[in-house]
Write a protein that binds this ligand. Structure first.
Ligand SMILES: [Zn+2]
Length: 220
């Protein structure tokens, strides 16, 4: 049965796919024939970040981290560590307030403050992922006019409610949910997400997928 929320998500995604300045997934067919996906992690850094970075190192997987500015400001060494280990970092707002609740001035202040903590982003043009994925026409326009690329996702792991590593890995497994070009949304600070990572990467690799940063996934 198709639920109302599933239809709402389909409509929202169809709209997002046609708005310039928003990126959500890479091409389904790679010119080199590669099957690639990007793992992305929101809401860090925090106490668990070093363990996420160790697990990703062991798996030899580069990922993309959308950081909360205020948290990043308190952990400059961790911010450097993401980069030193070959990951991409981008903005997730200053304090996780929904962008739709902020005035234009407050929104751009939040973004600029976070950019200053993160330093120059790999992509050149700064990327931002709105907290809670909340976006309306006004906040979107303010971001785009402010020079931002809005980086969303195409697969929600739902790791804020699915707390079993096996169930999470099943949700992120190649198949109807996940295919080439997908950008998978995960979160930092959660033991179950950390425990699911080796399972997720193993099943993607078994199906011939390579995990890359979101920046590498998108031909910009
Ligand atoms: Zn978030």
């Amino acid at each position: 049965m198709v639920s109302v929320s599933a239809v709402r998500t389909l409509v929202k995604n169809a709209v997002l796919d046609h708005v310039p300045g928003i990126i959500r997934r890479g091409p389904a067919t790679d010119p080199a024939g590669a099957r690639r996906v990007a793992l992305t992690f929101d809401d860090g850094p925090d106490d668990l970040t070093p363990r996420y970075l160790d697990v990703l190192d062991e798996l030899a997987v580069p990922a993309t981290f959308f950081l909360i500015g205020a948290r990043a400001a308190e952990r400059p060494a961790t911010v450097r560590d993401y980069l030193r280990r070959g990951h991409q970092i981008a903005s997730h707002g200053w304090d996780h307030t929904r962008f739709t609740k902020l005035s234009r001035r407050a929104l751009l202040d939040q973004c600029r403050q976070t950019d200053a903590v993160l330093g120059l982003q790999l992509s050149g043009r700064p990327w931002v992922r709105p907290p809670h994925g909340s976006l309306d026409a006004t906040s979107l326009l303010n971001l785009i006019l402010g020079g931002y690329t809005v980086a969303m996702w195409s697969v929600d792991s739902c790791d804020y409610e699915i707390q079993s590593p096996a169930a999470l890995a099943a949700r992120c497994a190649p198949g109807p949910n996940v295919g080439p070009g997908d950008v998978i949304l995960l979160h930092e600070g959660q033991q179950w997400t950390l425990d699911a990572l080796p399972l997720i990467v193993t099943s993607l690799r078994a199906a011939g997928f390579e995990c890359v940063t979101m920046h590498d996934l998108l031909p910009l």
